[in-house]
Ligand binder design. Sequence first.
Ligand SMILES: Nc1ncnc2c1ncn2[C@@H]1O[C@H](C[S@+](CC[C@H]([NH3+])C(=O)[O-])CC(=O)[O-])[C@@H](O)[C@H]1O
Ligand SMILES: O=C(O)C(=O)Cc1ccccc1
Length: 236
Amino acid sequence: MNDKVFTKPIKKQFEFDEEVAAVFDDMLERSVPFYKEAQKITEFFALKNLNENGRIYDLGCSTASTLLSIHRKLSNKAELIGLDNSEAMLTRARKKCEAYGADIEVCNADILSYDYKEADVFISNYTLQFIRPLVREELVKKIAVSLKKEGVFIFSEKVISHHPKLNKELIECYYDFKKEQGYSEYEIMQKREALENVLVPYSEEENIKMALNAGFSHCEVLLRWANFATFIAVKE
Ligand SMILES: Nc1ncnc2c1ncn2[C@@H]1O[C@H](C[S@+](CC[C@H]([NH3+])C(=O)[O-])CC(=O)[O-])[C@@H](O)[C@H]1O
Ligand SMILES: O=C(O)C(=O)Cc1ccccc1
């Protein structure tokens, strides 16, 4: 279904409710530049770092698109676990997994309080940005602790620049992208307002610092387009 969520006046802050979940795959593909490329690069590095009988967690899995793309390429036995706290998203995730006959576990859980088992790979695409900064750092520490030695954490985020002029231009560049995707100026402004204080982006440097502070030995960018980036953090 096509995303028309912000064509009418908004009454509340942005939420991952039934209305958003129903159009979510279209919303993401039209709202995140190079979404499919970010998914492909996530899939590549996830598979490279997954051992036989290993485990991958996807935090904020939404409709399970990323885990399904990994599942399609999987040649060894592994446990794929998707976590999300929106039942509306998980209903769609389960339907898709069933349709593809994919053995993926999807759980309704808060990624902040979940009791993680040891894993080879953690993924969290466009989700940390919705976690309050103070607890965001704690979550990344928890991920680092739960990873095996040499395990990786792949995450994607909307990013800001601390150079005011450049930041303004990055946002302008992104709004041009959204217009090209068929969103009207009204929809763009409505969504911007709904996301205020809900989506809190860090800069590229702040994301890398956060990973290093959390115990990762290395973190770098795999892909960046204007204000969207995909990172990989490695645990030694
Ligand atoms: N505390 C939380 N606990 C669990 N889930 C949460 C929490 N907070 C938010 N979520 C969930 O995180 C997801 C973020 S969307 C991820 C896209 C996906 N990764 C993709 O690549 O297709 C990103 C976006 O919409 O920009 C939503 O499904 C929320 O319900
Ligand atoms: O659409 C936007 O304005 C964004 O910042 C990206 C996004 C994509 C999907 C849900 C929330 C934010």
